[in-house]
Ligand binder design. Sequence first.
Ligand SMILES: *[C@@H]1O[C@H](CO)[C@@H](O)[C@H](O)[C@H]1NC(C)=O
Ligand SMILES: *[C@@H]1O[C@H](CO)[C@@H](O)[C@H](O)[C@H]1NC(C)=O
Ligand SMILES: *[C@@H]1O[C@H](CO)[C@@H](O)[C@H](O)[C@H]1NC(C)=O
Length: 410
Amino acid sequence: MESTPSHNFLKLLLFLSILHSFPPKSSATSTPLFPTGALPTKSGYLTVNSTTGSAIFYAFYEAQKPSSSLSQTPLLIWLQGGPGCSSLIGNFYELGPWRVSSPKQNVEQLALEPNSGSWNRLFGLLFLDNPIGTGFSIAASDEEIPRDQYGVAKHLFTAITSFVALDPSFKSRPIYFTGESYAGKYVPAIGYYILKKNTQLPASRQVNLAGVAIGNGLTDPLIQVATHAVNAYFSGLINDKQKSQMEELQNEAVALTKKGNWSEATNAKKQSLEFAAKHDRTGHFGHCDLRDGVVSTEAWMKKMKWEGIEKFMEAERKVWNVNGELAGYVQKWGSLSHAVVLGAGHLVPTDQAVSSQAMIEDWVLESGIFTNENIHNLSKNFQGFDCLLTSFSFPLRLLPISFRHLMFIK
Ligand SMILES: *[C@@H]1O[C@H](CO)[C@@H](O)[C@H](O)[C@H]1NC(C)=O
Ligand SMILES: *[C@@H]1O[C@H](CO)[C@@H](O)[C@H](O)[C@H]1NC(C)=O
Ligand SMILES: *[C@@H]1O[C@H](CO)[C@@H](O)[C@H](O)[C@H]1NC(C)=O
């Protein structure tokens, strides 16, 4: 989410915690406040440190209509951004089977309604409150909360290994790590960690990683922060002079980041975004994700150390339809896909539930627009985290989900 959770999120969490502490007594006549389908198939804690008891909270929803036997049904793992937002926001506000709705924005009338774009239609869906200290997860001490990507990945690896051990049928299921916003850091980190770790483990203890997907991620801040001004400029939000002012603020954020002055860098970034937001009377900067959207995503993708990147950049961005309607655009070469989702802001599944479901299902199943056309050979020797794309022979795929704004269409 990468910003302070909005009031709605706070209300939502409050609502959820009330439900959590006072399960409603359902009478025969009234509809239960918490329908069975909204309850996880399994939930609980995955210990990451047996000495201290620190543990990651999980909520797992089995596939509603799996198209294969459960032992072959893919498992999606969702990591919320923030840093520090609970993945239950993803569950109840974005892609879970039931979503909280507040008709007339009235917090007294919050209700759960089935999500027509749920990501657990065909696949198992696991929400993790990551890192420890987030949401319902337990950090035995502040010192144990990971401070870097390696620390986050180490805990996630322990958690996922324990999760897979909960049920013998989980072992063979292909695993996809997905996430949004600040999870643009966590997702590559755990992907890379698994690829490295698997080489040191016997096959029976390896994690069956099949792909990673990042939605509107903050993955390479130095490159991405530098796109804000041109993005706002070409969207018509600011003029040439304001673009220069915004660029100054951006440059400051980049310089402070390079110095490792994190809190000041965050402030500078905030100022640059607020500058654009101030000139945005349409709400597009906030709602349509001009910060971690298409331009920002493509900027860092271009710089990836991956031998297929030139071919990818040359590939066509194809028109993508869902149910006969334009849903966006997809560019794909080899194991890398980039989907641009029309009419969505930072939280793509919230805004475009059905398109987001079609996207994740077709991407995992390699069907529809995500059918693999080019058989490719990619070498196994890569440097840096990008080797997570191709280091193994199974198809490991990266999917930055982005947005394309509809500003000029009435
Ligand atoms: C568990 O936490 C303790 C105390 O912070 C730490 O010393 C130890 O390395 C941790 N163990 C693992 C496996 O992370
Ligand atoms: C961070 O940057 C600010 C503003 O330039 C400066 O005042 C402060 O001393 C810096 N802090 C560190 C730890 O470098
Ligand atoms: C794939 O690899 C084979 C054997 O290494 C090579 O002969 C072939 O030209 C490669 N194909 C492409 C498209 O690079």
